[in-house]
Design a protein around this ligand. Structure first.
Ligand code: ZN
Ligand code: ZN
Length: 361
């Protein structure tokens, strides 16, 4: 943890910043304070200064910070967090360059900071902590791997209850229950269960729709372990697949497998995306694969690097990303297959063990 703060201090210096102000608020979570000093609670500010770090939270978390926080001084605020900022003499220096998290800080909070620190220069920053967190250490990879394993086992169990007549919501509830029983604190995100024509919606959250015989069911879900996320998608058929279902499924499987074979350190996100997209495009379904190939996972469910035509992220060893092509045909349904992989020098290691060949229930 201390090492992470030290790395960040070097980055701040290179970016000509005297301080970085990080926040973790109920309405805006970046998980960056957790990453830097281990604090898992809410309502906190972390000030990273050239030779110092200070965590500020409220009375409710007093015992928690004593136990969790490493590498930062701990301060309990007497009033609201932002109002407290003016009390720190280090921050009242004229023209002090204080960075804040532009992607996460609500505009209203920026107003509070300005009011408390009128002499400071507030500098919007992006991606500073992310540039460290994008490469995972062994402990982080082990946590993600456990989250993947929980999702895989829950998937195996859920197959027994998917049958004609059951609603998508019932499947989602059972899946989340199984993951919790296996040690996942929360689902990674709102579980997606999309059956029949709804499988054409890439983000079709579970609905009251009842699953029918012959339909595709896309399940996209994940577990969390020690704060780290997994993210898996499988598509199954209820009953026997028809010829078109087999054709589309096997095409997505071929593309997904090719993506797993292609991904390795030294390539850029768009290279891997293009490799997979070309397979789908050549088969005539390029327009029906309307999203990026994958994204990083970690303390957030969507983080860098992006495997997409729109990004230029360089893949490096120990990044953890998803590979998730899909084909969506409006009114008919769709297929997506998603694995979580660790990038290595020579390739990637697929964490998921759940069956990828077409499952006919
Ligand atoms: Zn997913
Ligand atoms: Zn995903």
């Amino acid at each position: 943890m201390l090492q992470r703060i030290k790395k960040l201090q070097t980055i701040l210096k290179a970016n000509n910043l005297d301080c970085l102000l990080l926040h973790e608020l109920e309405q805006s979570k970046s998980a960056q304070i957790r990453y830097l000093c281990g604090y898992t609670g809410d309502n906190a500010l972390l000030l990273v200064l050239p030779n110092d770090a200070i965590l500020l939270t409220d009375f409710r978390y007093k015992a928690q910070i004593a136990k969790e926080v490493k590498g930062a001084k701990k301060v309990i605020a007497q009033q609201s967090l932002f109002t407290e900022l003016g009390k720190f003499k280090q921050l009242t220096v004229k023209n002090l360059r204080i960075g804040y998290l532009e992607d996460f800080l609500p505009v209203k909070m920026l107003g509070f900071i300005k009011k408390q620190l009128p002499d400071a220069l507030l500098v919007p920053t992006n991606g500073l902590v992310e540039s460290i967190a994008i490469i995972k250490d062994a402990e982080e990879i082990a946590s993600i791997e456990r989250a993947v394993e929980i999702a895989d086992v829950a998937f195996d169990r859920i197959l027994q209850i998917i049958r004609p007549g059951i609603s998508e919501l019932d499947v989602a509830a059972e899946l989340e229950y199984q993951m919790k029983m296996l040690g996942s604190l929360d689902p990674s995100f709102e579980t997606i269960i999309a059956s029949g024509f709804r499988a054409a919606l890439p983000h079709g959250r579970a609905s009251a729709k009842k699953i029918k015989a012959g339909e595709f069911v896309t399940l996209d879900f994940g577990a969390t372990y020690d704060g780290y996320h997994s993210d898996i998608t499988r598509t199954v058929v209820v009953g026997k697949a028809d010829a078109k279902q087999k054709k589309i499924y096997n095409l997505v499987l071929k593309a997904q497998t090719a993506g797993c074979r292609k991904a390795r350190a030294g390539l850029r996100g768009p290279d891997v995306d293009k490799h997979v997209r070309d397979i789908i495009s050549k088969a005539g379904y390029g327009k029906q694969f309307g999203h990026g190939l994958g994204h990083g996972i970690g303390l957030l469910i969507h983080e860098g690097p992006r495997l997409s035509p729109l990004s230029n992220d360089l893949l490096q060893p120990n990044m953890v990303v998803t590979i998730e092509p899909g084909i969506y045909l409006e009114g008919w349904g769709g297929v997506r297959i998603e694995d979580d992989v660790v990038i290595t020098k020579t390739g990637c290691r697929i964490m998921n063990k759940a069956e990828k060949r077409l499952i006919e229930l």
